[in-house]
Design a protein around this ligand. Sequence first.
Ligand SMILES: [Zn+2]
Length: 308
Amino acid sequence: MGKIRTVLGDIEPTALGITYMHEHVITHPPASVTDRDLAMESIAAATRELSHFHMAGGRALVEMTPRDYGRDPLALREISRVTGVHIICTTGWLKDAFCRPWTEERTINELAEEMIREITDGIDDTGVRAGVIKAASSLNAITPAEEKVFRAAARAHRETGALISTHTEKGTMALEQIDLLRSEGVTPERILVGHLDHKPDLNYWRAVARTGANLGIDQIGKEKYQPDHLRIELILAMAAEGYGTQLCLSSDLARTSYWPSYGGWGGPGLTYILWRFLPWLRERGLDVQQIEAMVIATPARLLTLNDV
Ligand SMILES: [Zn+2]
């Protein structure tokens, strides 16, 4: 039976507990990112926020910051140790605007080798190992640089059994991402397509789910994009059609202003899903088992490194 690879080492899937599948704990975005609200650099604030998450029942987060967006494996290890929250960190790259300088001069196999090294040996000389693989596309397009990352992600997946977790821009290109990974031998059951609640369209979600892929409903609490009552309606409809075990919930809180722990009355923070969104789903008729599938069983299944 495979294990789950956290920043502190491997754990049994049954030890994972309530998990958000797409968050950011520490980010050091490149200088080209002029909106500095996106720089989440305080270990003290992260420790506070993850302590609140733990108090609310949360036990694990997948930290989806890749190298080209300023990943910080040593900080993650320290924060995990202090708060007791399992953190799974990622290898791979972000969308074209970020990954191009890192990928342009390198072959697909060289990119795959780096991913495999980060999963099996560790990130640089930190000793921290990645537990998921990230690949990303742009708005309505998969650029040549992004395609290289997807193909490399597939090869790294075939070697390590790690989940491929994607970024879609505004929810677009989900089916194209799946097709591309499939053409490299990835089964859709080992893909988590991110940010689908940017495209709150039941037919679209159904089409993704029918392939066998998993859906990231990971903008919860960001009502400036979509109101949460719409997310609730879609989740209920998907669960009623039998797709509930392919849904993952998260908030992708990648700004200091999304966390109360940075001061300034920011929100919704990492407790929102547990203390507001899940009770709302329960009130609307999802049973405990259906809820626990989305936050416990499915994350454990997806994060387990498949035997290869
Ligand atoms: Zn993200």
